[in-house]
Design a protein around this ligand. Structure first.
Ligand code: PDD
Length: 281
């Protein structure tokens, strides 16, 4: 079976799944989403992703029509139907279809979409080499802890980074690092892991939570706090984390080498342990 979609209660081939042009997701970006990786048929961090989906929905006043058990059942059915063992599950819920008006519609029910796409990870060469990043101003709104569909500043900034030859942009707000356009970031200094503390300025990444747990379990000190931009250039190691990129070493920052210019020891330790976790050994 090719890539498939689930749309408001029905499974169908992905290219046949259609929503109205008056869907508020289309007209306003009025909705929320989650991206979940499936390894060997098992969704990683499913409970945490569903928890965050519920929080995002609540934060913008969308009443989800499924319980977590129902989400889980639908995702499992989708995985079975697709036959995919390695895949990316994308969930999107919008405020539904209504004549265009900024105010919430009096009557509408959420549009629920889930897509199941085959996916393999980043190339081993890229991971071994590490990636380059650039810093850019954080142009986003004041509630980045909500996983909102409104990604215009993220996509504009990531495109800019790409055109500057970088893989990702690290976002700077009031002199402080927040996160990447589609990732969280960790600095390593003298063996300590440092990452921006959770706040409205960044997404509470599911990968972030696992990675920090791994670091602590391996006896590392982890500092979750405000991180001034200057600390980036003083770091021994930097790495990106996220569902699609897992743990990805950063070896170049604004055109300069990070540390030795090669993926660092702590980054590799975290990466190895994260790999063991997602593959269940
Ligand atoms: N993005 N920060 C931002 C802004 C993100 O968009 C993401 C993930 C993360 C990492 O979160 P997690 O570990 O839960 O994936 C942090 C997804 C993958 C995306 O938009 O495609």
């Amino acid at each position: 079976m090719p890539n498939i979609a689930y749309l408001n209660g029905e499974f169908l081939p992905l290219e046949e799944a259609m929503v109205s042009i008056e869907d508020r997701g289309f007209q306003f970006g009025d909705g929320i989403y989650e991206v979940i990786r499936v390894y060997q048929g098992k969704p990683f961090g499913l409970v945490e992703h569903l928890e965050r989906l519920n929080k995002s929905a609540k934060a913008i006043g969308i009443a989800l029509t499924s319980t977590n058990q129902e989400w889980e059942a639908v995702i499992r059915e989708g995985l079975e139907r697709s036959g995919y063992l390695e895949c990316k599950v994308y969930i999107q819920v919008t405020r539904g279809v209504a004549p265009r008006d900024h105010l919430f519609p009096k009557e509408s029910s959420p549009t629920t979409v889930i897509t199941f796409r085959q996916m393999s990870g980043l190339s081993p060469e890229l991971i071994q080499q590490g990636v380059s990043v650039v810093t850019r101003p954080d142009l986003r709104w004041a509630r980045c802890s909500i996983k909102s569909l409104n990604l215009l500043p993220n996509i504009l900034t990531k495109q800019e980074a790409n055109e500057a030859g970088a893989f990702e942009a690290l976002l700077i707000k009031d002199g402080m690092i927040t996160e990447g356009t589609s990732s969280n970031v960790v600095l390593v200094k003298n063996g300590t892991l440092i990452t921006p503390a959770l706040s409205d300025q960044l997404l509470a990444g599911v990968t972030r939570q696992s990675v920090l747990e791994i670091a602590r379990r391996n006896g590392r000190v982890v500092e979750e706090r405000a991180v001034p931009e200057e600390e980036l250039t003083q770091a021994d190691e930097l790495f990106l984390i996220g569902t699609t990129i897992e743990v990805l070493p950063i070896t170049t920052l604004n055109g300069e080498s990070v540390g030795s210019g090669k993926p660092g020891k702590v980054t590799n330790m975290v990466r190895k342990n994260f790999h063991a976790l997602i593959h269940g050994n």
